[in-house]
Design a protein around this ligand. Structure first.
Ligand SMILES: O=C(O)CCc1c2[nH]c(c1CC(=O)O)Cc1[nH]c(c(CC(=O)O)c1CCC(=O)O)Cc1[nH]c(c(CC(=O)O)c1CCC(=O)O)Cc1[nH]c(c(CCC(=O)O)c1CC(=O)O)C2
Ligand SMILES: C[S@@+](CC[C@H](N)C(=O)[O-])C[C@H]1O[C@@H](n2cnc3c(N)ncnc32)[C@H](O)[C@@H]1O
Length: 516
């Protein structure tokens, strides 16, 4: 089935076949749509409706009245021959496109029209029936530079318009400013007055990947180029004010879980509500950041590639200053603080400055990702060990201690999708890993756009190159991947969109009252 983002019927002769007794919304839409796409002519064939009835209903959203002259209304029953003699001379009078507008036709009639269109290679769209359509139109949303098209492939236009509404709801009203600001930033970096172009472009792409959409409209080249401190979304005023009542500052390392609110502990939610300042990972997703009360200051770590250590130092400095002013500081870390989260380093830093550090565990991404991907990490007779590895060692190098293959072990690699091309040869050639071992890439676990890509170890690097990644992502390896479902022998990889908005039914108000 061909899916048309925009209907481009320039110079086409189009037939709209309708047998309704009243002018339907769908008919008006199709007349406007076809006339507004600069056709040669649009022929409406309907035996029951008069010209005046139809013209009186047109809400004249047609770009200009001259288009109206291209509309021909024939008050007659449709005949198959109409397909072959109402078209342009250029194509021997064969019609270029057919829309069956109403669903009151007998199925036998629809089949006859559909088959004749197939024989004469005329694209046909039958209202509410994918079976008898060779193309479908997207339901589109345009807002300045942003264009979105959505279709359920003719499984009901109501559904696609409801999905479109949901999608539009999640788009900030200033989306155009955001698009323009980011595009100007990128153009500025590419112009020659910016130093370290490549690095800044990498930072910009991570900011686009992770920062709250709303903030992308405010980021300037100065903030990106010179003083990244300003990447604080709200400058922590509390940092500038001297606290009179000498409160004793507090520091908590809090795991936020992998993404959805449903995977956030009550303890973490409580900390978020009690904090004066939150120092968040860039990985902490929008859903969690949205929970932070408006009065709480937030700073997001600028852990861009190659800047991890500077960002770490800067973060710890801001945290220490705030505690010394008596603030309640929460270091909000993605997943669990101690799973490749530099939690140990941060604990020691604040302890060495004389502070007791509270640590609240969080659901770590490997455990949520495997559950959501349908992989039992241990399974009797298949896997009795779990290992969590990083794809990146000190200073970004490949880890020296990649594990030997162990057939009854499920190994989950974090921070490794961009590195798999370097890691794979070591696993297969030096560590005896079998190239047919089942693996699963799990991206954005527990988020609405969670996705699982199943493949075999030997294909992993190619697959990572083929798909546009949705960071953050991890790689699950081991025979446990095959316990519930296997790839077919001829399948190179299989993409499963597993994202669900878990949080629709989370009644936050009720939970927050529990905290009181
Ligand atoms: O390959 C990918 O998909 C990127 C994976 C990824 C990395 N850091 C990341 C992520 C998550 C993400 O951005 O999606 C992002 C990342 N890495 C880390 C954290 C946790 C934190 O810093 O609080 C975070 C999240 C921080 C945040 O998002 O704000 C931790 C980290 N970064 C790093 C390491 C390795 C190390 O220093 O020992 C470690 C583990 C430290 C530990 O064992 O606790 C350093 C690191 N991580 C990484 C790189 C390669 C960056 C690049 O791609 O060029 C590098 C090297 C560098 O930044 O100089 C990869
Ligand atoms: C520095 S580690 C932080 C891990 C985190 N402390 C945890 O416990 O999940 C970042 C890596 O964790 C993995 N990761 C984090 N969140 C994820 C998610 N929602 N879905 C899939 N992988 C995720 C990715 O491999 C990412 O590169």
């Amino acid at each position: 089935m061909k899916i048309l983002a925009q209907l481009d019927t320039s110079d086409e002769s189009i037939i709209l076949i309708d047998n309704s007794n009243s002018v339907s919304k769908n008919l008006i839409n199709k007349i406007s749509l076809t006339l507004n796409s600069n056709p040669n002519k649009v022929i409406l064939i309907n035996p029951n409706l008069s010209q005046s009835e139809i013209l009186s209903k047109l809400d004249f959203d047609i770009k200009n009245l001259s288009q109206l002259s291209k509309l021909e209304i024939l008050n007659k029953e449709f005949e198959i021959n109409d397909l072959l003699n109402l078209g342009r001379d250029l194509v021997k009078k064969i019609i270029d496109r057919v829309f069956i507008i109403s669903s009151n036709f007998e199925e036998s009639k629809i089949i006859e029209i559909y088959q004749n269109c197939l024989i004469n290679r005329i694209p046909i769209n039958t209202y509410n029936s994918s079976k008898y359509s060779t193309f479908t139109l997207l339901s589109t949303y345009n807002n300045g530079d942003l264009q979105i098209g959505i279709t359920t492939n003719l499984h009901g236009c109501k559904m696609s318009s409801r999905l479109k509404r949901e999608l539009i709801k999640s788009i900030p009203p200033n989306i155009n400013d955001i698009i323009l600001n980011v595009s100007n930033l990128r153009n500025l970096i590419n112009s020659n007055e910016i130093l370290n172009k490549k690095e800044k472009l990498k930072w910009l792409s991570q900011i686009i990947d992770y920062y709250p959409l709303n903030e992308l409209g405010k980021i300037s080249i100065d903030k990106l180029n010179n003083d990244l401190n300003d990447l604080v979304f709200k400058t922590p005023n509390s940092l500038n004010s001297s606290i009179n009542n000498k409160k004793i500052g507090k520091i908590s390392l809090v795991g936020s879980g992998p993404g959805s609110i449903s995977n956030l502990t009550i303890g973490a939610l409580n900390s978020i509500y009690e904090a004066d300042l939150i120092l968040a990972d860039k990985l902490v997703p929008q859903e969690i950041l949205n929970l932070i009360p408006k009065n709480v200051e937030i700073f997001i770590a600028r852990k861009f590639p190659g800047n991890a250590d500077n960002a770490q130092d800067e973060l710890l400095k801001i945290g220490l200053e705030a505690i010394e002013k008596g603030l309640n500081v929460v270091r909000l870390k993605q997943g669990d603080p101690y799973i490749f989260g530099r939690g140990g380093e941060e604990y020691l830093f604040f302890q060495n400055h004389g502070y007791k550090v509270n640590v609240l565990c969080g659901l770590s991404s490997p455990f949520v990702a495997t559950i959501n991907a349908g992989i039992p990490t241990t399974h009797r007779g298949v896997a009795d060990q779990i290992m969590i590895c990083t794809g990146v060692g000190r200073l970004g190098k490949i880890p020296e201690n990649l594990p030997l293959f162990e057939s009854k072990r499920t190994v989950i690699f974090l921070m490794s999708i961009k590195r798999i091309v370097d890691i794979l040869p070591i696993l297969i050639n030096e560590k005896q890993w079998p190239s047919n071992l089942p693996v699963a890439i799990v991206e954005r676990a527990s988020c609405g756009d969670e996705r699982v890509i199943r493949t075999r170890l030997g294909n992993l690097a190619d697959v990572c190159n083929k798909i546009e990644s949705r960071p953050p992502g991890l790689i699950v390896t081991g025979w446990a991947c095959d316990v519930y479902t296997k790839l077919n022998d001829n399948e190179e990889f299989r993409i499963i969109e597993t994202g669900v908005s878990l949080d629709d039914n989370v009644d936050l108000e009720k939970i927050v009252t529990l905290l009181k």
